[in-house]
Write a protein that binds this ligand. Structure first.
Ligand SMILES: Nc1nc2c(ncn2[C@@H]2O[C@H](COP(=O)(O)OP(=O)(O)OP(=O)(O)O)[C@@H](O)[C@H]2O)c(=O)[nH]1
Ligand SMILES: [Mg+2]
Length: 369
């Protein structure tokens, strides 16, 4: 049985749980919209909040759904996962259901799932989303960042794929990033099952890293054509910029993992101080070396990073730049009316003729010849 469970909330969350289910993880989903959740056929355990039909990108609706039904929801989660060490709650930050429900839900689960670490897989929207989504994302990420005792937060950045494939459809971007995220987590768990003469990266190491509070990034890179320790360090640092997660912006890694898979001779090019020069040396590093004839690959996990303020600025600045226009739009919604130029013409309209009751004898006399 795998020790990580995935709980999807909202549409994006359900889609992430679906991929995890196909890879054999314990999964469950929660939605305010039955039709959205039913498409994720591989996820067996589903909870649809009664009395709701989607949140229509309104976070307050998602929040109310948890507020009004938290007992049933907590009970559902407790019964959906058995013997896990880490529960990752997956959701998008810019819709209504996942974004509105997840912060409070996570906070409640922290008190109701004893012995289980709780982390988040939070999807950050790509560059093409509009003001309403940006506002949701900023609010949601702020709330998530304030939760005490929360483990790793994975910020899945839809813009990372959008940047590389500007012409891709939304559907292609979503599917690809969902697959990459789950694969990245899956790869780490697979490594913990391997044994090595040279240094094992075991499940306890992984859980130690993932239990760290803050933002976590997983990145892999082939180092096939590297010749020096500097080449290897540069490749690893580039992988932190090009992963599926928000690019690493600043110093402050707390715990990290470094896994080497490949031929023995390339392993000597790994130089820890050079690798961590830009992000600062972590408090603890867990290493694993797995010698094989496969292409030499290095996977790193950086945990405890601060929330990416430059990436958040890219989301928020479109709102700041358009502050007046957006405020006017909202004002207009409340006040706008249409004034017709031809309101004077309404009395041109033919009124139905009035029928006055006549006098019988006068009518009879009128027609007399
Ligand atoms: N990576 C990824 N992003 C997704 C996926 N589906 C939706 N998104 C992102 O999530 C946003 C929409 O949020 P949804 O998850 O559909 O919203 P929801 O939580 O169901 O909330 P409501 O639909 O408002 O009730 C989009 O703007 C995308 O940023 C997905 O499968 N994968
Ligand atoms: Mg939805």
């Amino acid at each position: 049985m795998k020790s990580v469970g995935i709980l999807g909330v909202g549409q994006a969350g359900g889609n992430l749980a679906e991929i995890a289910a196909t890879m054999g993880y314990q999964t469950a989903l929660i939605n305010t919209n039955r039709r959205d959740g039913l498409v994720n056929t591989r996820v067996e355990k589903k909870f649809f909040v009664p009395g709701y039909n989607g949140a229509g990108q309104d976070r307050s609706v998602g929040l109310r759904a948890v507020h009004d039904h938290y007992r049933e929801i907590i009970d559902f989660v407790q019964h959906s996962f058995k013997n896990i060490k880490l529960l990752l709650v997956a959701f998008s930050t810019d819709g209504g259901t996942g974004s509105g429900m997840s912060p409070l839900l996570i906070d409640l689960l922290l008190d109701n799932l004893p012995g289980v670490n709780i982390g988040a897989i939070a999807v950050v929207p790509d560059r093409n989303v509009l003001a309403g989504n940006r506002i949701n994302a900023a609010q949601c990420i702020e709330e998530i960042s304030k939760i005490e005792s929360l483990s790793s937060v994975f910020l899945v950045d839809n813009d990372q794929i959008r940047k590389l494939n500007p012409q891709s459809s939304k559907h292609q971007i979503y599917l690809y990033s969902n697959q990459q995220v789950i694969k990245a987590i899956h790869h780490l768990l697979q490594v913990t099952n391997k044994s090595s003469f040279y240094g094992n990266f075991d499940e306890t190491d992984l859980m130690n890293i993932l239990a760290t509070r803050g933002v976590t990034v997983i990145a892999s890179t082939a180092i096939t054509d590297a010749k020096t320790t500097a080449d290897v360090a540069a490749k690893i640092q580039a992988s932190w910029q090009n992963s599926i997660f928000c690019p690493v912006e600043s110093q402050g890694v707390i715990r990290a993992g470094l896994i080497y898979e490949g031929p023995e001779k390339m392993a000597s090019l790994i130089n820890v101080p050079a690798i961590f020069e830009k992000v600062g040396e972590p408090l603890e590093l867990f290493e694993g070396t797995y010698i094989s004839e496969a292409d030499p690959t290095i996977t790193t996990i950086l945990a405890g990073l601060p929330f990416p303020s430059r990436r958040m600025l890219a989301i928020e600045e479109a709102i700041e730049k358009n502050k007046l226009r957006l405020q006017n739009l909202v004002k207009k919604e409340r006040t706008q009316v249409y004034e017709s130029r031809i309101s004077w013409a309404s009395n041109l309209k033919v009124k139905q003729q009035e029928r006055k009751p006549g006098n019988l004898s006068s009518k009879l006399t009128k027609y007399e010849k």
